[in-house]
Design a protein around this ligand. Structure first.
Ligand code: FAD
Length: 321
């Protein structure tokens, strides 16, 4: 009954209630020790430790894909937490280098995990930590792209990007088509060689700042794509939506872009065959692979967009497939 209610509510009140349930310590413990729940999560998350991540990356690279790694750190309430997450990112770079996986890899950095939301000291720490991670990644031949969180963090994230971009021009930024401001932001961000990731946006935002209707978001995505494809920036097309992928392919064809001047990016475990198809026809495609101690919270966040996944998760905890 609860699962039917979640579907009918389209991911609103009931699913929020169930998310709170899934976020409880007891449920977390049950999920961590349930083989069925872990198997389900493993479709989308490479695991908790570097040892879990490395074989996943090797298997993707062997298939001709590039990889982007999202380190899922612990939630941040103190500068100590942010420091621990910085260590997580740096250890990631060291391990990628040791495994021969660093060259061409991308590391997706979430400034919130580095303390960006902890006030002035946190902002400064996040800026310096992102600089350290990016320098170390660049020395190893890897790239860094900043992820984007909710609309209230966009100014700060783009300011940080501008500051880092002055001495580390390969650093990428993410923009969300759903936000009204994004077209304006793109006009400033789409600089020659700048890596700009365009996604729809994963956060539930107020109507005052964002399009809420799917069709409007799709149209905004296409407008963003056009700006990027016309510019000399490197568009990172981050979507699984077949129609938007087809439009991006057509815009690439019309612009006559070389294959190394744009990328398709998709989340690990979502439409993997489509990502392979893109590689097979000559595009550069990258799988975005999350791993780390915050895997459970990441999986929970995904329920906001996809209540069906919550239903599957509950079934797995109840021992039903
Ligand atoms: P949708 O219309 O949502 O999905 C199209 C189809 O793809 C669906 O019908 C479904 O079949 C499949 N699908 C999509 N997502 C999933 C899923 N999670 N599980 C199962 N099936 C799925 N958002 C941010 O706000 N900030 C970021 O920094 C950010 N970085 C991203 C980086 C990458 C590489 C990607 C691919 C996405 C990122 N996102 C980010 C998420 C993005 O904003 C969307 O929420 C997400 O990609 C779903 O939108 P879509 O374009 O695939 O279209």
């Amino acid at each position: 009954k609860a699962l039917r209610a979640v579907r009918a509510s389209g991911g609103t009140a009931v699913s929020e209630l169930l998310m709170r349930w899934a976020g409880r310590d007891q449920v977390r413990r049950a999920a961590v020790s349930s083989p069925a729940a872990r198997e389900l999560v493993a479709r989308y998350v490479a695991g908790e430790h570097l040892d879990d991540l490395v074989p996943v990356l090797h298997s993707l690279v062997d298939k001709g894909l590039l990889v982007s790694v999202e380190y899922l750190g612990r939630p941040v309430t103190t500068l100590g937490d942010a420091e621990a997450n910085q260590t997580g990112y740096l250890e990631l770079v060291v391990r990628l280098t040791a495994e021969g996986l660093a060259k061409g890899a991308e590391i997706s950095v979430r400034l919130g995990l580095l303390g960006q939301e902890l006030g002035m000291h946190g902002e400064e720490f996040a800026l310096q930590a992102a600089r350290r991670i990016t320098r170390m990644a660049n020395n190893a031949g890897a790239l860094v792209t900043l992820d984007m969180s909710g609309s209230e963090s966009v100014d700060l994230t783009l300011d940080t990007w501008v500051q880092l971009n002055q001495d580390l021009p390969s650093i990428g930024a993410t923009v969300q088509a759903a936000l009204h401001r994004t077209e304006r932001d793109l006009a400033n961000l789409a600089m020659p060689g700048g890596r700009i990731r365009l996604c729809k946006g994963a956060f539930r935002e107020p109507r005052t700042v964002a399009f809420r209707n799917r069709h409007e978001v799709d149209l905004a995505f296409v407008r963003g794509l056009r700006i990027l494809m016309k510019s000399q920036a490197v568009p990172l097309v981050a979507t699984h939506d077949p129609r938007l992928i087809a439009i991006a392919e057509e815009l690439v064809r019309r612009s006559g872009r070389a294959p190394d001047s744009y990328e398709f990016q998709m989340l690990y475990g979502v439409r993997p065959l489509e990502l392979r198809r893109l590689v097979d026809i000559g595009h550069v495609a990258r799988s975005y692979v999350p791993y780390g101690p915050g895997w459970y919270e990441y999986y929970l966040r995904g329920f906001v967009e996809r209540p069906d996944n919550l239903a599957l998760f509950m079934r797995s905890l109840l021992g039903k497939r």
